[in-house]
Design a protein around this ligand. Structure first.
Ligand code: FES
Ligand code: FES
Length: 150
């Protein structure tokens, strides 16, 4: 299977039905993307495919053939840089386990909507669960990143 991963073309010798998450973590060795539920319920495994957030536990290698995948390790650009800076500034992270997925979803939101309301944020972030309940700081950080993108 051939696809672009964080800007580099990759050929992965694996079955097309292998979950993208397995390939990212176990074959490529990028462990910033986390396994949580394995069932599209927690968002810990969120990456971008062609710029849009997807759950990599429920996305197969065949689904990304010829496409561009970005993981937390490849975050950059105007929106990605603003989101990471806001996360640091507001010290969003507690245990950290969910946070790469949270950041990928937040970048997806701000790439589409530079001035999200609280309701927009809640809707976009709804599928990203945080056991440490950092939801208030996540929302504040998204607003902070948005203000820096204005
Ligand atoms: S591990 Fe993919 S959504 Fe939970
Ligand atoms: S920071 Fe611990 S699960 Fe979210």
């Amino acid at each position: 299977m051939k696809f672009t991963l964080n800007g580099t073309e990759r050929t992965i010798e694996a079955a097309g039905d292998m979950p993208l998450l397995w390939a990212i973590r176990d074959i490529v060795g990028l462990t910033g993307t986390k396994f949580g539920c394995g069932a599209a319920l927690c968002g810990a495994c969120t990456v971008h495919v062609d710029g849009a957030p997807v759950r990599s536990c429920q996305t197969s290698l065949a689904d990304v053939e010829g496409k561009s995948v970005t993981t937390i390790e490849g975050v950059g650009g105007e929106v990605g840089t603003a989101v990471v800076a806001a996360w640091r500034k507001l010290d969003v992270v507690q245990c950290g386990y969910c946070q790469s997925g949270q950041i990928m979803s937040a970048i997806g939101l701000l790439s589409e909507n530079r001035k999200p309301s609280d309701a927009d944020i809640d809707a976009a972030m709804d599928g990203n669960v945080c056991r440490c309940a950092t939801y208030q700081r996540i929302r504040a950080a998204i607003h902070d990143a948005a203000s820096n993108l204005a």
